[in-house]
Design a protein around this ligand. Structure first.
Ligand SMILES: Cc1cn([C@H]2C[C@H](O)[C@@H](COP(=O)(O)OP(=O)(O)OP(=O)(O)O)O2)c(=O)[nH]c1=O
Length: 202
């Protein structure tokens, strides 16, 4: 069944995320939404990046779906959950625990190519039924060599701590990015074009 895109404008869309980047990307696409950050405990059952991001996106979206249904139980709605990790040689780098951890991550990433995975989970409540869909996008990112001094300066900016891999391509770290392959918005945290097209054919 083709999913009418009208739910993106006339029905409630709930973003299960506290990430300011994700809400900005939905706004940029003209998708009105309410923000309901997930309160779930994130349980990781795999060390394969594409599995981890889809699993965590699903846990976030499901917790918000259940809470929203309990609290608002009226109209049809659509929940969007997402999770982003960086992978270097297949090994996952999440958000750094502290500045030392951020230094370690950025030292590993400089001068090399890595992957950024974002998993997305969509949960739709329609006519009393629940429908789920999940997918992921992977982007390659090449980083110029970055000196220790530059890494320290970047960490001092405060940008790394809430970001997977300890950097934000949309911030000061942009000066160290040699190139990317794939969706830029996927690196920022939400593959908005893929989401739009997945909803369109749902
Ligand atoms: C690699 C990279 C990540 N990020 C961000 C996107 C995500 O917000 C964050 C990864 O953490 P996530 O756990 O995916 O998301 P979050 O904790 O920020 O928000 P929530 O769980 O409520 O949805 O890293 C950037 O902003 N820029 C980048 O270049």
């Amino acid at each position: 069944m083709r999913f009418d895109l009208s739910p993106l404008t006339s029905k409630e869309v709930i973003l299960a995320s506290a990430s300011p980047r994700r809400t900005e990307l939905l706004k940029q696409a003209g998708i009105e939404h309410v923000i309901m950050p997930s309160e779930c405990e994130e349980i990781i059952k795999s060390n394969i990046p594409q599995d981890v991001v889809q699993e965590l996106a699903g846990q976030k979206a499901w917790e918000v779906y259940q809470r929203y249904l309990r609290e608002h139980r009226t109209e049809d709605f659509l929940v969007i959950g997402a999770d982003t990790v960086v992978a270097l040689d297949g090994k996952i780098l999440g958000k750094p625990k502290d500045e030392t951890d951020a230094f370690g991550m950025l030292s590993l990433l400089q001068g090399r190519e890595h992957q950024v995975y974002t998993g997305v989970s969509l949960i739709r409540y329609e006519d009393g039924a629940v429908l789920r869909k999940s997918f992921y996008e992977c982007s390659n990112v090449q980083v110029y060599p970055v000196s220790e001094k530059e890494i320290y300066e970047y960490i001092a900016s405060g940008e790394p701590l809430d970001k997977a891999g300890a950097y934000g391509i949309q911030g000061r770290f942009a000066v160290h990015i040699r190139g990317i392959e794939g969706d830029y918005n996927n690196i920022v945290g939400l593959p908005i074009a893929r989401i739009y097209h997945e909803i369109k054919v749902w």
